[in-house]
Design a protein around this ligand. Structure first.
Ligand SMILES: NC(=O)c1ccc[n+]([C@@H]2O[C@H](COP(=O)([O-])OP(=O)(O)OC[C@H]3O[C@@H](n4cnc5c(N)ncnc54)[C@H](O)[C@@H]3O)[C@@H](O)[C@H]2O)c1
Length: 270
């Protein structure tokens, strides 16, 4: 159901790869709520072609950009403002990739060239994006940016590997940019820490199903779905969350503050 929460707002949505992607659901919800936006993903992801169906559905143009490339990102911001006809009101950064996980390297034996790439794609890209927007004065006052993160930034989940370090950096960049961009232009910068969700990136983590079921049984409300994550993003892009910035917002059915659940304890009762 639409409440026109984003009527008149212009955005950029990163990271819709296929219909399982969290960004895909966010794009659909933002469209329902009256926003106009551009879609972007790495040039290599375009080859899969799925994003075209989303673009058609949301009446959005696609601008390919590798988040590690300054020139791609500059072009993305310039073109988005040109297409949308002015400054940007909201941005979703829904981007993550770990080379060490892909190559099966354990945390105790990381390849540092892979790790640099992981940090660049999954964390520094949020800094790069905000820096380019700041220098071009591309985001409206009270504009809102959100990046997606995971609780492994604060607690150890061994198979999350180097992505834990990437997410810690991402959340730190959020606080720092939130301060500077808030002071200078009243732009809001936050992260949403989402439950395990069955997507291409999520399922790349070793033992994902166990991970998913454990979190579900520990969370009083169960795992948060990608559809409910999309609702939360809409709230964060809307004027109803105007004074929220520099935050890491848990969207996880209560998982982050639960010590143990009855179901979990029962598994250990002899
Ligand atoms: N799925 C989960 O369990 C989960 C939980 C918490 C947070 N997150 C985070 O949500 C975000 C979205 O992931 P998802 O689960 O929807 O998976 P996904 O695989 O659908 O999305 C990841 C996206 O990152 C894009 N990407 C990778 N390298 C890129 C580059 N160099 N330039 C531009 N784009 C690039 C991919 O093409 C893809 O669209 C990620 O930051 C992920 O860490 C996911």
């Amino acid at each position: 159901m639409s409440h026109n929460l984003l009527k008149g707002k212009k955005g950029i949505i990163f990271g819709a790869l296929d219909s399982n992607s969290i960004a895909w659901k966010v794009a659909e919800r933002c469209h329902e709520e009256g926003a106009v936006f551009t879609l972007t993903n790495a040039p290599i992801a375009m080859r899969m072609g799925a994003i075209n169906a989303l673009a058609e559905k949301c009446n959005a143009q696609i601008i390919p950009a590798d988040v590690t490339s300054d020139s791609d990102m500059e072009n993305l911001i310039d073109k988005s403002m040109e297409i949308l006809g002015g400054k940007i009101d909201f941005i979703l950064h829904s981007v993550g990739m770990s080379l060490n996980i892909r190559k099966g390297k354990h945390y105790t034996d990381l390849d540092y060239e892979f790790m640099k790439k992981t940090l660049d794609i999954s964390a520094i890209s949020y800094h790069r994006l905000l820096k380019i927007c700041y220098q071009k004065d591309a985001i409206s006052e009270w504009g809102s940016t959100v990046a997606l993160t995971y609780i492994a930034a604060q607690r150890v989940f061994p198979d999350y590997n180097e992505m834990a370090d990437a997410k810690s950096l991402l959340e730190s960049i959020t606080r720092s940019w939130g301060f500077h961009y808030g002071k200078a232009k009243k732009v809001r910068v936050n992260t949403i820490s989402q439950s395990p969700t069955k997507t291409t990136a999520g399922s790349g983590v070793k033992g994902f199903d166990g991970f998913f079921n454990y979190a579900d049984s520990m969370s009083p409300l169960g795992n948060a779905t990608s559809d409910s994550c999309a609702d939360y993003c809409v709230l964060m892009f809307s004027d109803l969350s105007k004074m929220v910035t520099m935050q890491n917002l848990f969207h996880d059915g209560g998982f982050s503050f639960t010590g143990v659940s009855q179901e979990t304890v029962e598994k250990f009762n002899s």
